[in-house]
Ligand binder design. Structure first.
Ligand SMILES: O=C(O)C1=C[C@@H](OP(=O)(O)O)[C@@H](O)[C@H](O)C1
Ligand SMILES: C=C(OP(=O)(O)O)C(=O)O
Length: 420
């Protein structure tokens, strides 16, 4: 079924009372796939997220020589010889553009990378520079398109990078690092690394695969050389993608339960529990998941989202609807996400009447009455999430290219309208 474009976002005319099951985590799926592809025997990624970002990762690893069978809900990964030339389409997936090059270094073929037009603007130079320093032949330049002429192995060792633009630079080097001859010792020098929970997720998964990681010193991660032990994974629901659904409870003054919310997780989206509580919601674990109950009004917040920047679009939408001022800080790095999210949110929320000020490293809001209009998404799945949240509160919001949500959640618009 085709979704109209722009898409009239449904309004919540009454408090909702719904339970929703969400697709798997993008971050967990793509890490599990990379580790499975370089492991010592085949393994299964259960309840893998089937979306653009994860399909691109599966295609990339298959092209390199480790076939990923995505025909069922459980994806079978068969590590193979990385012995061929290949091309990798990164789409708009940061995880593909950053996590696959270190794996390509292990190959004995030439691997060419490119992606969507905007992907050529997203930073990857620190990963490419680090790989050069670790003994990998990488084409000149610091952006897509680039190519890697693998020598069949990576010498590895010590490398200093500036990961202040993205935690994915660190995760990328750690994920493949055990397979480098000398492992990898990554030292960060620069402004603080954002999205640290995502590095903790990487370290946690590596340890589950039997890889020795020393992260005792701040800003330094040492991965010992050795095999990556295969193990099966069951992917948790994507807690960052729970954002718009839980926000619906706040917006409608109703109740939303997200099924199977893990009691312990490394996902950044778990921070939504604290954020929504600070905005005036009641947040509680239930037998079947996590339940958020809205109070009927939304309280403004002063939050540093440096660790959980990917939650910004939905949180910003709630701030625009809040009845007291808000400040979102520490998120300059999200200007390099799928779009310049600070500029995009200021423009689009402002276009619907929000009193929003764009700052160098964040956004400030004062209470205002919002109205309908077209909300542009800039090919950013999470901009679409922000648009539908405002649309649930305010009539007449038309979300342009809502299907851009297929980056991490195909069928999002259908699921969303089914709740309202
Ligand atoms: O490693 C990952 O899976 C991710 C890390 C974060 O990237 P940044 O560190 O670039 O913010 C996050 O925002 C992104 O959605 C997913
Ligand atoms: C920043 C994001 O994605 P990517 O993995 O492409 O960096 C995101 O999903 O919010």
């Amino acid at each position: 079924m085709t979704t109209p474009d722009p898409w009239p976002a449904p309004r919540a005319d009454a408090p909702v009372d719904v339970t929703v099951g969400l697709p798997g985590s993008k971050s967990l799926t793509n890490r599990a796939l990379v580790l499975a592809a370089i492991a010592d025997r085949p393994s299964v990624v259960r309840r893998a997220l089937r979306s653009r970002d994860t399909s691109l990762m599966a295609a990339a690893l298959t092209a390199l020589g480790s076939p990923v069978d995505t025909s069922g809900d459980d994806w079978l990964v068969s590590p193979g010889a990385f012995d061929r030339d290949a091309t990798v389409d990164c789409g708009l997936a940061g995880t593909v553009m950053r996590f696959v090059p270190p794996v390509a270094g292990l190959s004995s073929g030439t691997i060419s990378f490119d992606g969507d037009p905007h992907m050529r603007n997203r930073p990857v130079g620190e990963v490419l520079g680090a790989l050069r320093g670790l003994g990998v032949a990488v084409s000149p330049g610091d952006r897509l398109p680039f190519s890697i002429a693998g020598a069949g192995h990576v010498p590895g060792g010590r490398v200093v990078i500036d990961a202040s633009a993205s935690s994915q630079f660190v995760s990328a080097l750690l994920l493949a690092g055990a397979r480098f001859d000398r492992g990898v010792d990554v030292l960060h020098e620069g402004k603080p690394v954002p999205s640290l929970p995502h590095i903790e997720m990487t370290v946690d998964l590596l340890r589950r695969h039997g890889v020795e990681v020393d992260d005792t010193d701040a800003d330094r991660w040492v991965v010992a050389p050795g095999p990556v032990t295969a193990r099966d994974h069951t992917i948790e629901p994507d807690l960052s993608n729970a954002g718009p659904f839980l926000a619906l409870a706040a917006v409608s003054g109703g109740r939303v339960t997200v099924r199977d919310w893990p009691r312990a997780t490394t996902q950044a989206g778990d921070a939504l529990r604290e954020i929504l509580a600070a905005m005036g919601c009641t947040v509680a674990f239930a037998d079947d998941g996590l339940t958020v109950t809205g109070s009927g009004t939304i309280a403004g917040v002063d939050l540093d989202l440096h660790d959980v920047g990917e939650l910004t679009p939905v949180v910003a939408a709630l701030c625009a609807l809040a009845d007291s001022p808000s400040h979102l800080r520490g998120i300059a790095h999200i200007r390099a996400h799928e779009t310049d999210r600070l500029a995009a949110l200021a423009t689009e929320l402002g276009g619907l009447g929000a009193d929003v000020t764009e700052r160098e490293d964040g956004l400030s809001f004062r209470p205002a009455r919002l109205h309908g209009g077209v909300f542009h998404t800039y090919s950013d799945h999470r901009m679409a999430h922000a648009g539908v949240v405002v649309g649930a509160a305010v009539g007449g919001v038309l979300v342009e290219n809502v299907d851009t949500t297929s980056k991490t959640f195909p069928g999002f618009a259908g699921v969303w309208s089914g709740l309202l």
